[in-house]
Design a protein around this ligand. Structure first.
Ligand code: HH2
Length: 280
């Protein structure tokens, strides 16, 4: 893959999002046990209302997830994940003008959600399952390739690297090449803050985002409310908004094209300012 390929816009099904500014992806967890907002949007009507609010606050993409990926989270069946996410995806895609993303590692969930109106596949396993590449390519969807090692059950013990930045970059480069070859529409890479990473690893990544922008692909960064912010501030997950704003600002200044956040309103403000500084 070339390291200086141009990416002027994300193509997500019928949507085209120009990348002349940093985009905000709003997180919509339809789960009982997500680490910071579990149980808040389990009811489909509540979830759709939350999506409406996020779009009103400036979300460019809504990312729907039906399985928590926090360390040690119990796996959920495809059936249960679909029961949680499908009605929300159908309703949000029908009502709101923004592209909808499905955050899943399961090909069956990916295929059904992409058929129901999602136009982006966000895979925290980085398309390690080849069937995920097929699901995205067949649907003409965009994909987010995130780096992690192991699974949410094992990842804490796998947070060890000989060369963190080089290893994460190499994984993203390989997986992106496979996805592009298979015909995925837009391919976005994400170093996976908090996934098989210590607090120090996350800070190193945030301070060296140029290692990933040099891949020449759109870059997504997801620091929102994560434990490295708690590690630095001593604050619980629900009280990490200011720390998240700092990490979002660093992400934008470091070259992120998309930031994935829970607190869309405040983060949008930070993105608008940081983005203007970056491009001044
Ligand atoms: N982080 C989480 C989930 N999905 N996807 C991408 N691409 N990047 C991320 O950093 C990322 C992600 C974890 O956050 P959250 O969805 O709030 O928590 P949970 O997995 O507990 O639902």
């Amino acid at each position: 893959m070339t390291t200086d390929a141009k990416h002027e816009a994300l193509r997500l099904g019928p949507h085209r999002l120009p990348l002349d500014r940093t985009l905000v992806m709003g997180i919509l967890n339809v789960t009982p046990d997500s680490f910071s907002d579990g149980g808040q949007h389990l009811d489909a009507a509540v979830a759709v209302a939350r999506a409406r609010t996020m779009v009103g606050e400036g979300a460019d993409i809504v990312d729907v997830g039906g399985e928590s990926t926090r360390p040690g989270a119990p796996p959920v069946s495809a059936e249960e994940e679909l029961r949680r996410t499908l009605p929300v995806i159908e309703a949000v895609a029908a009502e709101l003008r923004v592209p909808v993303s499905i955050d899943t590692t399961k090909p069956e969930v990916a295929r059904r959600c992409l058929a129901a109106g999602a136009v982006m596949l966000n895979d925290i396993q980085g398309l390690r399952d080849p069937a995920m590449i097929g699901a995205a390519a067949d649907a003409g969807a965009a994909v987010v390739i995130m780096h992690m090692k192991g699974t949410p059950q094992t990842m804490v013990s796998e947070a060890a690297y000989d060369d963190l930045l080089a290893e994460v970059r190499e994984f993203l480069e390989q997986q992106a090449a496979a996805a592009l070859e298979a015909g995925a529409q837009s391919v976005i890479v994400d170093p996976g803050l908090g996934f098989a990473k210590t607090a120090e690893h996350n800070l190193t990544i945030l301070n060296h985002l140029d290692v990933f922008t040099s891949l020449g692909l759109p870059l997504l960064v997801g620091p929102s409310r994560k434990s490295f912010i708690g590690h630095l501030t001593g604050r619980p997950a629900k009280d990490r908004v200011a720390g998240t704003v700092a990490a979002v600002t660093a992400s934008v200044l470091g070259g992120a094209d998309v930031v994935r956040v829970h607190d869309v309103g405040v983060c949008k403000q930070a993105v608008l300012v940081a983005d203007a500084i970056r491009r001044a």
